[in-house]
Design a protein around this ligand. Structure first.
Ligand SMILES: [Zn+2]
Length: 142
């Protein structure tokens, strides 16, 4: 975003209602949480990771998907990211992963975890099993 554009946007905060500012704050918090999870996921990745399908490192960067760097393998032509082949592949709402993990550490039930994080009970059930497969978020990913 251009700095002039950003300034205009920032000035518009003054005209927002309290309710609108609350929404903005929540959105920013969610974005921050997502950034942290992404940083955690990509932290220990090599510059040139290996293809999870054919194990070669002959790849190129292939844009981003779900905010993660995506790669394309030159050998088998398939695309992947740091989570491909892990229990956390294809799960959505990364902004809530960290909070969800905390509820698991606290020993909350599936229902209580879903209430606490504001996710559906079915999602909570799926996450519980996927997260357990990968022990801790930090370990899974690396
Ligand atoms: Zn490959």
């Amino acid at each position: 975003m251009k700095s002039t554009e950003f300034k205009t946007w920032m000035d518009s905060i003054e005209r927002m209602s309290r309710n609108q500012r609350d929404k903005l704050r929540k959105r920013l918090e969610g974005k921050e949480n997502t950034d942290e999870v992404i940083a955690l996921i990509e932290r220990n990745q090599d510059d040139k990771p290996a293809c999870p399908y054919c194990k070669t490192s002959n790849l190129y960067r292939w844009g981003k998907a779900s905010e993660l760097q995506r790669y394309r393998c030159r050998q088998c032509n398939r695309t992947f990211n740091a989570l491909t082949g892990t229990p956390l592949a294809r799960l959505r709402h990364k902004d809530k992963w960290y909070e969800y993990e905390q509820t698991m550490i606290q020993g909350l039930s599936i229902r209580k975890s879903s209430d606490s994080c504001g996710i559906a009970k079915n999602t909570s059930f799926k996450w519980r099993h996927r997260f357990l497969q990968g022990s801790r978020l930090e370990d899974t990913i690396c």
